[in-house]
Design a protein. Structure first.
Length: 548
């Protein structure tokens, strides 16, 4: 318990004057470990119910044995049935009830004590055999139960200690109650009984407490290791070539966020390359954070960890990527596609005006979101390969020697490795995204990434209207093919021009807000923006889940 007090004291940051500047946060295990423990506790309840049934009821029906004293048998059977029912309830609650993991684990300790009572009732309800030095009575089954609880349902060590002592006391208490009801005298074997339980159940309670301290301190160290600045990493959501993406929680703010960690080895090994890389990342983050379009993902914070990993803190989104949209629901109607693409143009128009080229526009980096009352609200993500174009002295803001872009959505000039690319490369990628949305297929698909890059440079794209059964107006067909022109001079020259051409099709009006709300209500109901501790983490959609 001393360690818990130390950790609590460390949680309060007090200046030299001795006055704390923030209230100490309650010390708990990391949320991810709590959720995993909740699942284990649920299964422990089911296993307990099944094991108790097999060990207690099966012999009763198979052997047709009856207790000679029926009042005692009725009480015994009542406790047995109650213990089995409680185990089933714990399993059901773990699967379906909306209870925070910490509260569920606290309730699990109550279940552990009641479960120990059930075990003791089955073991000692018929009395205890006489004890002498020549008889070995074995270890009571409560010991097994006591030892597995801190592993199945970890908690604060002091809570585990209290629960373990309570579980260890169930055997003696059941024996004393039975002796009282039967009018038996246990004073002659009192010392032997005390010795027996002291070196079995109570010894196991002590071992359980020690075990819980190790588990708890490990969890706290893991939680401390996951703290970056003012943010706590809650759960990892993605991993890729450039790093990892985590759900993060600010210590003082209620707003959840997504944190992207860039691998330290990509920053550089020697201090010069490391400083250059960090400088590039900081300029990139500042440039992206300065963008004001509501269709560009918001960056809240950025920095470098003590281990040298660069991190971004971004908004957490409630939605699905355009890649997932098509994979799950197939090609989209022309009206919806135009509605989505015009919002992408809004984001890119501001970025290009500020001299930023995204260089990795693809369906996985564009999210259709539920934002307040709006549906199909687009957010463009992951400006991680962004390049500055209007400052000749500015170095390229990507990792040295890293491959930029994705072959299936890469402009021909990027595939050729040209260094003088401009914003029209992004518009080629927008054409590839439109092709994916309209047909459910990429423009070119080679057996290898290199084959796809060669096709981007040499092959003529098939009009999207010829690769889908859905109707695509001729004007939209022509706009997509214009974006896919090999020569940048033959494409729309700006995102604003592309937006105007899309607006001129008059297709956006065929996808109304009511259509979007109806689609989301039917295909993607619910929301994930409640408290994270009450929300299954696998339901959270994170901004920039693709990490490289």
């Amino acid at each position: 318990m001393a360690d818990e007090k130390v950790l609590l004291n460390k949680a309060t940051d007090a200046p030299s004057g001795g006055q704390p500047v923030a209230k100490a946060e309650p010390v708990t295990l990391p949320p991810e470990l709590l959720r995993e423990a909740s699942v284990r506790l649920g299964w422990a309840g089911m296993i307990y119910a099944v094991a108790y049934t097999l060990a207690y009821w099966v012999p009763f029906f198979v052997q047709r044995t009856q207790h000679p004293d029926w009042p005692f048998a009725i009480i015994e059977n009542f406790f047995a049935a109650g213990s089995i029912l409680l185990g089933v309830i714990v399993f059901i609650v773990s699967r379906y009830a909306r209870m925070s993991p910490q509260r569920f684990l606290d309730a699990g300790l109550v279940f552990a004590v009641v479960g120990a009572v059930g075990i003791s009732m089955a073991e000692f309800w018929r009395g205890f055999p006489p004890i002498n030095v020549t008889v070995f009575l074995g270890v009571p089954w409560e010991c097994v139960w006591i030892l597995i609880i801190p592993l199945v349902a970890p908690n604060l060590p002091r809570k585990i200690l209290l629960a373990s002592l309570a579980m260890a006391s169930t055997g003696p208490l059941v024996l004393l109650y039975v002796a009282q009801v039967r009018g038996e005298n246990v004073s002659n074997s009192g010392i032997s009984l005390a010795t027996y339980f002291l070196f079995t159940t109570y010894l196991c309670a002590l071992i359980a407490y020690v075990t819980s301290r190790f588990v708890f301190l490990y969890g706290i160290r893991l939680k401390k290791a996951r703290e970056i600045g003012s943010y706590e990493l809650v759960s990892r959501l993605g991993e890729g070539g450039m790093g990892e993406v985590w759900v993060a929680r600010h210590r003082m703010l209620a707003r959840p966020a997504a944190m992207k960690l860039v691998r330290p080895e990509l920053i550089g090994s020697d201090w010069r390359s490391r400083e250059r890389a960090i400088s590039r990342f900081k300029r990139e983050a500042k440039a992206t954070a300065a963008l004001g379009s509501t269709h560009t993902v918001d960056i809240y914070d950025f920095g470098v960890t003590d281990e040298g990993a660069f991190f971004y803190v971004m908004e957490l989104l409630d939605g699905i990527s355009l890649e997932t949209l098509v994979r799950q629901f197939g090609p989209q109607t022309s009206g919806r596609v135009v509605h989505l693409l015009r919002q992408v143009c809004h984001s890119l128009g501001e970025a290009h005006g500020a001299g930023l080229i995204h260089r990795d526009i693809k369906p996985a980096n564009i999210f259709a979101c539920r934002l307040g009352p709006d549906r199909d609200y687009v957010k463009v993500l992951d400006f991680g390969l962004v390049k500055m174009t209007e400052q000749p002295t500015m170095t390229q803001l990507t990792v040295d020697h890293a491959t930029a872009g994705t072959p299936a959505y890469m402009a021909p000039e990027m595939a050729l490795g040209q260094t003088d690319i401009d914003s029209r490369a992004d518009l080629y990628s927008v054409g590839c995204v439109a092709y994916w949305l309209l047909t459910g297929q990429t423009v070119f698909s080679g057996e290898t990434p290199m084959a796809t890059l060669i096709a981007q440079v040499q092959s003529v794209p098939i009009p999207p209207s010829q690769r889908t059964e859905l109707f695509i107006p001729r004007m939209l067909d022509e706009i997509v093919l214009a974006c896919l022109a090999k020569d940048p001079a033959h494409r729309p020259q700006t995102a604003e021009e592309l937006d105007r051409r899309l607006a001129a099709t008059n297709l956006a009006g065929s996808w109304q807000p009511d259509d979007a709300r109806e689609w989301w209500a039917r295909n993607h109901p619910g929301t994930v923006m409640g408290e994270l501790e009450h929300t299954p983490i696998e339901r959270v959609t994170v901004a920039s889940l693709r990490t490289g």
